[in-house]
Design a protein around this ligand. Structure first.
Ligand SMILES: Nc1ncnc2c1ncn2[C@@H]1O[C@H](COP(=O)(O)OP(=O)(O)O)[C@@H](O)[C@H]1O
Ligand SMILES: [Mg+2]
Length: 481
């Protein structure tokens, strides 16, 4: 080739030994993937791969075969102007496969390029279509099995038959196709790579049993990923040097696009994966996707935890308190925009204007007397009683009674279960003891349980020691009977 146009030819010499060593070290599946890439780019309609102990063979029927001999031996030589939908780009793949072998033959239209101990030769042949690449090298059973596992994932372009070790590769079941996904990609202009944003279709497939979901570039598996499906991007993906990994920000953007478009149709299980939390931590989702996530992943009537006291109250009022402490902050902040907090919920459920004070008159006298008597005995002070009717939108906002610590008032809901006629009825007694036990705190914590137990014990003891103490509060019926 002589002197390059910019006059800087012959600065380097390639160490063939080093080039071979680095390619020999690459996994077999990744090397063969290069041949599939080339064949698909050249519009082959049938590609056959055979992996044997001492030979790897890839044959295609691409009409023209190899356009130039140099494509097989000049490293970094390939097509120089290619669109984002073209797979090859570095001008290396074919050379890498040959370099990884002890001996190789590229049998293409009209000639065979031979690479052996004595060097490189070209001999004529009668082949009229396609290329057969024969790589002579020993491979272990394990190497071949791993390669098969990767290559069998391949999603051949529509109408292309791919046969690996005599078995046709059938595409898995399509889940969805997302049009117009804006993603970064690579164009090649005069051999120079340019990164651009471009809209592309992304196809999702259900993995076949036993398969790990992978990210694909134009039908070829790039790397395993954490999404529940195979995801095939229909344009070049910006890849790391060995072409076996995409960059993290790219993968996140892709996951966000998929989540944004599919969330309303996904199942609870599909939405519960770590990939969703990861997206929520890095991207602001639209309201529709967020709502779908909340509706499917969080329990019905979920409210966000704010602290033990409010959480407890919200639970009493029928909410399911969810604690998002394990989630990244930006994810929590997004969920907060559509899920009520425990405190907002409580406020909404028991806003003050909904209670109407009532006066039941003499009917309540014995109950009021009982509360006074018990409070004197148990907390050493008299507690007043107030009656109300609660109008609440939500039936679970109804309570039997509540205790106002500041005013030292036991408030009884006339729609609750307190019996004014029979204050010594067991449930009513229970409610009174429960509310009096709130004298020292609103929470239902262990201290509360201790207090309640002590009140119950002391009340029983009273009955034993002073049987007459509670007698005046028994129902008339009972006294008569
Ligand atoms: N099976 C094939 N049939 C026809 N042409 C091929 C085939 N494989 C490779 N080529 C040609 O050889 C060139 C070099 O291939 P390769 O070394 O894999 O680099 P790249 O695919 O990155 O261009 C390709 O650009 C393509 O033009
Ligand atoms: Mg290639």
């Amino acid at each position: 080739m002589g002197q390059a146009r910019n006059g800087r030819a012959e600065w380097f010499e390639l160490s063939e030994e080093g080039w071979r060593r680095s390619n020999r070290a690459r996994p077999l599946g990744q090397l063969v993937r290069e041949a599939l890439q080339n064949a698909f780019d050249q519009r082959a309609s049938r590609v056959k791969v055979r992996l044997e102990e001492d030979e790897v063979r890839i044959e295609d029927d691409a009409p023209a075969g190899l356009a130039r001999d140099e494509f097989a031996f000049t490293v970094f030589l390939g097509e120089k102007d290619t669109p984002p939908t073209w797979r090859g780009r570095k001008g290396r793949g074919l050379k890498e496969m040959i370099a990884s072998s002890d001996r190789a033959e590229v049998e293409t239209v009209g000639r065979t390029l031979v690479f052996d101990d004595t060097g490189r030769h070209v001999k004529p042949n009668t082949r009229r279509v396609g290329t057969c690449l024969k790589l002579f090298r020993r491979t272990s059973t394990r190497e071949r099995e791993d390669a098969l596992q990767l290559l069998r994932l391949t999603l051949p372009p529509p109408g292309v038959e791919l046969v690996i070790n005599g078995r046709a590769v059938r595409p898995p079941r399509l889940k969805d196709s997302l049009e117009d996904c804006q993603l970064e990609t690579v164009e090649l202009h005069r051999g120079v790579e340019r990164y651009v944003e471009r809209a592309a279709r992304v196809d999702l497939y259900h993995p076949r049993p036993g398969e790990t979901p992978h990210l694909f570039e134009l039908g070829l598996p790039v790397e395993p990923h954490h999404l529940p499906w195979h995801v095939d991007v229909q344009q070049r993906i910006p890849l790391a040097a060995e072409r076996d990994a995409a960059r993290d920000p790219y993968k996140r953007t892709l996951a966000a696009i998929i989540l944004e478009s599919l969330a309303p149709e996904l199942s609870r299980q599909e939405l519960s994966g770590a990939w969703v939390t990861e997206v929520l931590a890095h991207f602001t989702l639209g309201p529709e996707a967020l709502e779908a996530y909340v509706a499917k992943v969080l329990p019905a009537r979920a409210v966000l935890s704010v602290g033990p006291r409010m959480d407890d109250r919200a639970r009493q009022l029928g909410a399911k308190v969810v604690d998002l402490r394990g989630m990244p902050l930006p994810a929590v902040e997004q969920l907060e925009t559509i899920v009520e907090s425990a405190s907002t919920y409580v406020e909404r459920m028991e806003g003050p204007p909904k209670d109407i004070l009532v006066n039941p008159g003499p009917r309540a006298e014995r109950f009021v007397g009982l509360v006074r008597c018990l409070s004197r005995e148990l907390i050493g002070r008299e507690v007043r009683v107030e009656f109300f009717e609660r109008k609440a939108r939500d039936p679970s906002a109804q309570v039997d009674a509540e205790y106002d610590r500041e005013r030292r008032v036991l408030r009884v809901n006339m729609r609750g279960q307190v019996s004014l006629e029979d204050p010594l009825e067991s449930r009513t007694l229970g409610i009174v003891l429960h509310e009096l036990a709130h004298e020292a705190g609103d929470e239902h914590d262990f201290a509360f349980i201790d207090r309640l137990e002590s009140f119950a014990g002391r009340a029983l003891r009273c009955l034993v020691d002073r049987p007459d103490l509670l007698a005046p509060y028994a129902s008339l019926k009972r006294r008569a009977g």
